[in-house]
Write a protein that binds this ligand. Structure first.
Ligand code: C5P
Length: 401
């Protein structure tokens, strides 16, 4: 269940930090990858070298470490994972989390993450019982943070009470449990098409469009984050391969169709790619030559396959097929007609008219059209559109099961 999962382990400064080394080992044994962030105090208890040796990844500790910022920014660090685990979680870091402090890398990452957070508190029993800590835990629980432990037993100072960090195996179990709650699409397969297609005119020229792939890539990321085994069929983009997906890179519509069909069977298909409707019918094997004063060549076009319509009518049709409609006018009417024509279940309509900044931008305003009607969403980031759409997909799949 943890195989392939990416865990960001925040180690804060308590004596229980020595158990975090064993936790790293246990998580890796189960096939998870572990990347660690250490607070300044944590380094008094465990060394970055020990953490790096066990995790086989660089250990991160300083917010303003320029090399780290260059290699991987703190925002990416906060999000390139399936779960953030704080173990041990001292009273101090829990207070920082509850207050939203971002004074060091650990708290910054915790403030910047959009992943589930699990904390394993460890502190003296009087500190654990202090109303300040009790209130902080309550605040964090309400915000969705989950907790494992602390256990009651002998504490490091020789006193007995509640405050001992849970054992590594109990933390591993809690991580598995939390991930399964957050993975409503686990056991399902998804296909996402994204980006533009390039249709060759000759070996150097092609017909393309302005799609950045941002929305499609974000949807693949969001579906994978909910546990779907996701194949992203991507046209040429400038984007990095999203985490947790199998990515098939293609150039033409015909290649995109072939790659999408080979990813069947699937439970869900989301066609977010801006597929060229036509391709040059007879792409040249050699570069077309310009002749002085000659007549410019005409390019005969052939129709491309429609991937969305093909998947919608396929014998192995996914249970849910979602298309996109980028329109510049009569958005809703055109999109609703497209849903019928293509045979898909939902159409996500977005206005790409001049001035909307949708193409290549980070924001999107969409309307989701299904058999029941139209749901208009407020303008929001493409990542947020993707997460909402993925949750809507998960609910539909669960409802149909
Ligand atoms: O017909 P139109 O291109 O506007 O339809 C857009 C929807 O159809 C998008 O979901 C797009 O990914 C999909 N499509 C496709 N194959 C094509 C053309 C469009 O999958 N050849």
């Amino acid at each position: 269940m943890l195989a392939g999962k990416r865990i960001l382990l925040v180690i804060s400064g308590g004596i229980a930090a020595y158990k975090s080394l064993d936790l790293i080992r246990r998580l890796r044994e189960r096939g998870a990858s572990v990347r660690c962030v250490l607070t300044r105090a944590a380094k008094e208890f465990v060394t970055p070298l020990a953490v790096e040796t066990l995790s086989r990844e660089r250990a991160y500790d300083e917010l303003f470490d320029l090399t780290a910022e260059h290699e991987i920014g703190h925002i990416r660090l906060a999000r390139d994972c399936d779960i953030v685990v704080v173990a041990p979680a001292t009273a101090n870091i829990l207070a920082g989390m509850a207050q939203g402090f971002a004074g060091d890398l650990a708290t910054t990452v915790l403030l910047a993450t959009d992943r589930p957070v699990l904390a394993a508190p460890a502190m003296n029993y009087v500190m654990w019982a202090n109303p300040a800590t009790v209130a902080n835990i309550e605040t964090l629980r309400l915000r969705g943070v989950s907790f494992v432990g602390p256990e009651t037993g002998e504490l490091a100072e020789g006193e007995t009470g509640a405050g001992r960090m849970s054992e590594p195996l109990a933390i591993v179990d809690a991580i598995e449990k939390r991930l399964s709650v957050d993975a409503p699409l686990s056991g399902t397969r998804a296909i996402v098409t994204s980006g533009p297609t390039y249709e060759p005119i000759d070996p150097v020229r092609y017909i393309a469009n302005r799609s950045s792939g941002k929305q499609g890539h974000a949807i693949a990321t969001a579906l994978a984050a909910l546990g779907a085994e996701t194949t992203l069929v991507s046209g040429p983009t400038r984007l990095a391969d999203p985490p947790g997906c199998r990515v098939v890179h293609v150039e033409t519509a015909q290649q995109m169709l072939a790659a999408s069909l080979s990813a069947l069977p699937a439970d869900v298909a989301v066609c977010a790619a801006a597929v060229a409707d036509w391709r040059p019918a007879h792409p040249g094997n050699a570069k077309l030559k310009k002749t002085e004063g000659g007549v410019p060549p005409g390019i005969a076009l052939a129709e491309n396959p429609d991937i969305l319509a093909t998947l919608s009518r396929h014998a192995q049709r996914p249970r849910l097929v979602v298309g996109f409609a980028a329109e510049t006018e009569n958005l809703l009417a055109h999109a609703a007609a497209k849903r019928q024509r293509k045979g898909c279940d939902w159409i996500v309509a977005n206005d790409v008219g001049e001035g909307t900044g949708t193409f290549g931008g980070d924001c999107n305003r969409v309307h989701v059209i299904d058999g029941a009607g139209t749901e208009s969403w407020d303008p929001m980031g493409k990542d947020e559109v993707a997460r909402r759409l993925a949750r809507r997909i998960a609910a539909a799949i669960a409802g149909a099961a």
